[in-house]
Design a protein around this ligand. Structure first.
Ligand code: ADP
Ligand code: ZN
Ligand code: ZN
Length: 779
């Protein structure tokens, strides 16, 4: 968040959302002062409103007169004056905070929700919980949750199809001349009967011309569309005949979750890749929708491929399945929202933010690949969709199922503390078996674009036997370094402490951190030598080498650059489903969600780069990645082989991974974390700042930490302030401090105190800051 300017006092009273529990709506002791004049109104005429501004508090407003139509419950949208602007806010509670005299309160311009609140009570409670837990401005949380059309004031008639007309409320209602009898008649009808459509008013003798007159005077506004379908969930066909019969472990998992569909429970479905987790989801969802309830499935960003969606659509019928992700248009997102909240859609598959979609009758929430870090929003409103999912299940009373072949240490820890039920699928389902793993020590070997000679031999053998090959290298571009062989100059980014990556296209240099680009020089800028050499390999270079080595075989590259092209996923699945020999080369995008039965060899070129990461989660993420990528091998009946290249063959983390013992790998990591008192045994919170110099960022953080008393609490460790691991990025200098404690309430209290300290100061144009609860990394 960016408090760019000091917020203008909006006039109405305000209070901090503070630590109020999400379910508490009216604080005791907040009785508003009653004044002698007639302006004083009963307490329920004052509401607290969250406005889309970077402020950790709500504002009090007076509601318009009771005869104005529109929803005035918590969760309803209202249009309010804020400074000199009009903003769409959301009522968070009825009854004011009382810190401003009531006669000085400003009045809500208009009630923007005609019927029920846009945010049902349970969803509002979830948002209030998230704002409180993540120390995020409530208005920003609500803004992120509402689909774009609901963030704006109600649309004009040309945008809303078949609107229900509603009265403009309060002081904004214009005077209508007494001779305009028909217009007065229309207003009377709307006042008595609530919002009505043009057709309904026509039946009552009000013409479109009269309505146009009222609109032009600003006396009525178009509210919700009357076209929004409100039919309940359509009956869904039973699972189609070709669904495999679940094995014993799958049955046990399905039964455990279905035994508790009307109460909260959290389950960890821990099953190796190919063990049939998706089949378990499909069976559970089938039962849930047969009972007239709905299912929400969260998937990592990259997994929302047509392949995943079609597997659900094939089972439940295309009409029952809705998707939601950041690539949708505003209208598509609105339709998905309406389908779920109205009850016409049975299943929603979505990425992170879909966790906030209201459901009319929720039956289960599934988080697939729960360990994936894309569930954590890394800027703005920083939240973990997985953790929000669990809280949502608790608030609304339905089961939450977290699935992974490589569960996060957090979830495994919750299992060992008895909070989550552990459901294990120990074997691959159907005919598939574990692939054979081979570790290749490549120290001192001459590599061709990252490929060792023994690997090239294995690729050749697999292709000759009719197999498909997957080559994994976690670096896109052509080469990570462009260096002068004469003087050692390297192409660095001007804005960041990092090297630029060489991309083959136009020989461009690109910074993967700030997006900066430059043309690669022909001669060294330092010594004018022509001996500029690309060092190391990225996906493009490996692709080129493989094309030269295997001229008759198609080579397909999958990374963020190649998949910008629309339809590349379709092309890829088509290719892979035909099963003809080919080579896929790509980044971690390949590790997720794909089911390629023809793949017989998976090669990991740089398996151990993450072992050297300075971040404490580096090893966990690397291990998960190796398991996930290796899990792509041998998914069909032909068996499979995994080829790992490493420079650290003796690394203790590799042995359990090669033996397909993720549980053993995780156990060893868990012991290290416990000894070091790191998550999941402790909680972390990072405050970050960036400014024109490191000194400014450090001084800001020191002052905030000092004033709030960080460092004085013996139960909360303070690390820093210190420059960030990548100190300079996009031309700005960054610093951070970390709070670490085994006492979560204490760390939360301290984080809130730091936020209050910072917000009490005048906002600074030259400095950005953020708070990150449960960070996924410390960068
Ligand atoms: P995961 O989600 O754990 O990777 P999937 O559900 O995708 O596993 O299952 C992998 C493959 O095994 C799929 O082709 C699926 O249809 C098949 N499969 C799943 N369960 C069974 C079963 N009980 N019997 C036979 N095949 C199964
Ligand atoms: Zn040089
Ligand atoms: Zn850069």
């Amino acid at each position: 968040m960016t408090p760019r300017r000091k917020p203008r006092p909006p006039g109405p009273g305000s209070h901090c959302t503070g630590r109020t529990p999400a379910t508490e709506t009216v604080e005791s002791g907040s009785e508003p002062a009653v004044h002698g004049d007639s302006a004083a109104s009963p307490a329920n005429q004052v509401v607290r409103v969250a406005v889309p501004a970077p402020l950790r508090r709500t504002f009090d407003y007076r509601l318009p007169a009771p005869d104005r139509s529109g929803c005035r419950e918590p969760g309803a949208r209202v249009i309010v004056p804020f400074g000199r602007r009009r903003l769409v806010g959301v009522i968070t509670a009825v009854g004011g905070s009382g810190d401003l005299d009531e006669d000085r309160l400003r009045t809500v311009f208009a009630l923007a929700d005609a019927h029920g609140p846009s945010l049902p009570r349970s969803l509002l409670d979830l948002c209030l919980w998230a704002a409180d837990y993540y120390h995020a401005p409530i208005g920003e949380v609500l803004h992120a949750v509402l689909p774009p059309p609901l963030r704006k004031p109600p649309a004009t008639a040309s945008q809303v199809r078949n609107p229900r007309w509603q009265l403009v409320a309060g002081d904004d209602a214009p005077e209508i001349p007494s001779r305009a009898h028909r217009q007065h008649e229309a207003l009377r009808l709307l006042r008595e009967k609530g919002p009505l459509t043009t057709a309904e008013l026509a039946v009552m003798g009000i013409s479109a011309t009269v309505l146009r007159g009222l609109r032009e005077r600003g006396a009525i506004v178009p509210g919700e569309s009357a076209d929004t379908p409100a039919d309940p969930v359509a009956a869904t066909p039973p699972p189609s005949g070709d669904a495999p019969a679940p094995n014993a472990a799958q049955q046990a998992a399905i039964r455990a979750v279905l035994a508790a569909t009307h109460e909260f429970g959290c389950f960890l479905l821990d099953g190796v890749t190919g063990s049939g987790k998706t089949e378990v989801y499909l069976r559970i969802i089938a039962e849930v929708i047969a009972a007239g309830r709905q299912a929400l499935v969260l998937v990592p960003e990259i997994s929302l491929t047509p392949q995943t969606v079609s597997r659900f659509a094939d089972r439940f019928g295309p009409g029952a399945v809705t998707v939601m992700h950041s690539g949708l248009s505003a209208g598509e997102r609105m339709n998905a929202w309406n389908g779920l909240s109205g009850g016409t859609a049975s299943v929603l598959i979505g990425t992170r933010s879909a966790v906030f979609t209201p459901m009319r009758n929720p039956g289960v929430l599934i988080v697939d690949e729960e360990h994936d870090s894309s569930f954590k929003q890394q800027d703005g409103f920083r939240y973990s969709a997985r953790d929000v999912a669990v809280i949502r299940g608790k608030l609304e009373g339905f089961p939450v199922l977290l699935g992974s072949a490589t569960p996060s240490l957090e979830s495994l820890h919750n299992v060992s503390r008895g909070r989550y039920t552990h459901l294990i699928l120990p074997e691959r389902a159907g005919p598939a078996s574990h692939p054979v793993a081979h570790l290749e020590d490549v120290r001192g070997m001459g590599l061709n674009a990252g490929l060792s000679p023994p690997l090239i031999t294995r690729i050749r053998a697999n292709l000759a036997a009719g197999g498909q090959v997957l080559v994994f290298i976690n670096r896109r571009g052509y080469a990570p370094v462009l260096m002068c062989h004469e003087c050692g100059w390297t192409a660095d980014c001007d804005g960041c402490n990092t090297r630029m990556t060489l991309h083959r296209a136009n020989s461009a240099l690109r910074c993967h951190h700030c997006g900066g680009t430059a043309r690669a020089p022909r001669t060294c800028p330092a010594c004018a030598s022509a001996a500029l050499l690309p060092l190391g390999a990225g996906t493009q270079r490996t692709e080129q080498a493989l094309t030269e080595l295997f001229p008759g075989t198609p080579v397909i590259r999958i990374d963020r650059d190649s998949t910008r092209r629309r339809g590349v996923h379709d092309e890829l699945s088509e290719f892979m489903q035909t099963g003809q020999p080919c080579i896929l080369v790509g980044t971690q995008m390949l590790a997720k969600g794909h089911h390629f039965p023809g793949v017989t060899l998976v090669a990991i070129l740089d398996a151990d780069t993450g072992f050297m990461s300075s971040d404490f989660r580096g090893l966990e993420k690397t291990g998960q990645l190796i398991c996930q990528v290796a899990g792509r091998a041998g998914r069909g009946s032909g068996g499979g082989e995994v080829f790992l290249q490493t420079c650290q063959p003796g690394h203790p983390a590799l042995a359990p991974l090669l033996a397909w013992d993720y549980a053993g790998f995780a156990r060893a990591l868990m012991e290290e974390r416990e000894a070091a008192r790191l998550p999941p045994f402790a909680s972390l919170c990072v405050f970050r700042a960036e400014a024109a110099s490191t000194d400014q960022a450090m001084a800001f953080l020191s002052a905030a930490a000092g004033t709030a008393g960080a460092g004085n609490d013996p139960e909360v460790e303070l690390w820093g302030p210190m420059p960030s691991p990548m100190e300079k990025r996009a031309g700005r200098y960054r610093a951070q401090f970390v709070l670490c404690s085994c006492n979560r309430p204490r760390i939360q209290r301290l984080a809130a105190a730091v936020c209050r300290t910072i917000e009490a100061q005048p906002a600074r144009r030259d400095l950005r800051w953020s708070v990150d609860i449960d960070p996924v990394d410390l960068y």
